[in-house]
Design a protein around this ligand. Structure first.
Ligand SMILES: Cc1ncc(COP(=O)(O)O)c(C=O)c1O
Length: 373
């Protein structure tokens, strides 16, 4: 039997056994949740922060739950002004969303409704383009550079009078690489004279000193640049759904029109208190960054020992090219070991995107990879 067939068959066989044991969604998975995750399996496929939130955020969640009857007006005002103070902008330049996805959804309407095009690297984090395309906008895709970077030159050349916005995910998901800070800043200075730019910095907290790496400076200098951030990744609050954007106030007002509810934003009172507490605990953030970097370097070394060439990453995930069918491999890892990774296929090449987890979770994955890859 060919190896690929074996993987397919074994994935089905082992997967069936695993599913009958864990049956996600029933009582057995609820038991499992108490020691592993609420998913009932080890999820290394969606870039959650497996180290979890700061203990101060957990305390804020518990403490604030007693005010669950209140609309979240106070929390919104406090979080906005804390962010504005830190970034050196005015409060009306900060918008909050139920996750940064919420703001991306608003942006897809603002930029998509008039037609034209969006230019982005490809592959990139897709929702802005996916949602805007529903309004009839065209997506102009610029492939990676040969070393898996964002082709800023190619993106700039592709901009036309029809371009409504340029989307730059920095660091880039799913690749894990990052544009040079001064190169990106110079790009923003030139390109923002032609069209707005949305810089998605969801993974910047993992890359190093955020205040040095961010493009917030472009906003402070008056450029039509939207910098998008989230509490879902390094802050470990994916389930709380809090994200924010910082941009010029006119753009902030326009974006808010498309997704904000009557009482400000879609975040709950409890979520906002959690985000505020997490934002103030920079020591914990640093420890997450360090632990993630350690897991990343171990994962990369271990993949290299197995003969693979993972793409260097500054984020909480690693993209590794593989020869076998990535979907069959991911199914086999999940079926046999209860570990979920994300199968990808770009430019005729199979990849696995592996999110970093805790040491015990990465050890489980390592064992799976040794057998299945
Ligand atoms: C690059 C990027 N931006 C934004 C998001 C959205 O995250 P959230 O809505 O949880 O803030 C994600 C989620 O995976 C992401 O990878």
């Amino acid at each position: 039997m060919k190896r690929r067939d074996w993987i397919k068959n074994s994935s089905l066989a082992i997967g069936a056994t695993y599913l009958s044991r864990a049956s996600f969604g029933n009582e057995a998975s609820a038991e499992k949740a108490s020691f592993e995750s609420s998913h009932g399996f080890t999820n290394l496929s969606i870039n959650e922060n497996q180290f979890g939130p700061s203990p101060l955020a957990v305390k804020a969640i518990k403490d604030s739950s007693q005010y669950a009857q209140e609309y979240p007006l106070g929390g919104q005002a406090r979080l906005k002004s804390t962010i504005a103070r830190h970034e050196g902008v005015s409060v009306d330049q900060v918008i909050l969303g139920a996750g940064s996805s919420d703001i991306i959804m608003g942006a897809s309407s603002v930029f998509g409704l008039g037609g034209g095009n969006i230019v982005s690297s490809d592959p990139s984090f897709g929702p802005l383009m996916m949602w805007a395309k529903k309004f009839g906008i065209e997506h102009v895709k610029i492939p990676w550079t040969s070393n898996h970077g964002i082709d800023l030159e190619g993106i700039e050349k592709a901009i036309t009078s029809e371009t409504q916005v340029v989307y730059i995910c920095n660091p880039e998901n799913p690749v894990g690489t990052m544009a040079g800070t001064s190169e990106l800043y110079e790009f923003c200075k030139r390109v923002s004279q032609r069209c707005p730019i949305l810089i998605d910095e969801a993974y910047l907290d993992f890359a190093g000193d955020v205040d040095k790496l961010t493009m917030m400076r472009c906003v402070r200098e008056g450029m039509p640049v939207i910098v998008l951030r989230t509490f879902s990744k390094a802050y470990g609050l994916g389930g709380m759904r809090v994200g924010y954007a910082v941009c010029q106030k006119e753009l902030a007002a326009e974006l808010s029109d498309y997704y904000v509810t009557g009482i400000g934003c879609g975040c709950s009172h409890v979520s906002l208190e959690a985000a505020l507490a997490a934002y103030h605990d920079q020591d914990y953030l640093k420890s997450v960054r360090e632990r993630t970097a350690e897991m990343r370097s171990q994962t990369i070394s271990s993949l290299k020992e197995k003969g693979y060439e993972p793409i260097p990453s500054v984020t909480t995930f690693v993209l590794v090219p593989i020869e076998k069918d990535s979907k069959a491999v991911a199914d086999a890892i999940f079926g046999g070991f209860g570990v979920k990774v994300s199968p990808r296929f770009y430019y005729e090449q199979n990849f696995l995107r592996i999110s970093m987890g805790r040491p015990d979770q990465m050890a489980k994955l390592d064992k799976a990879l040794k057998i299945i890859l």
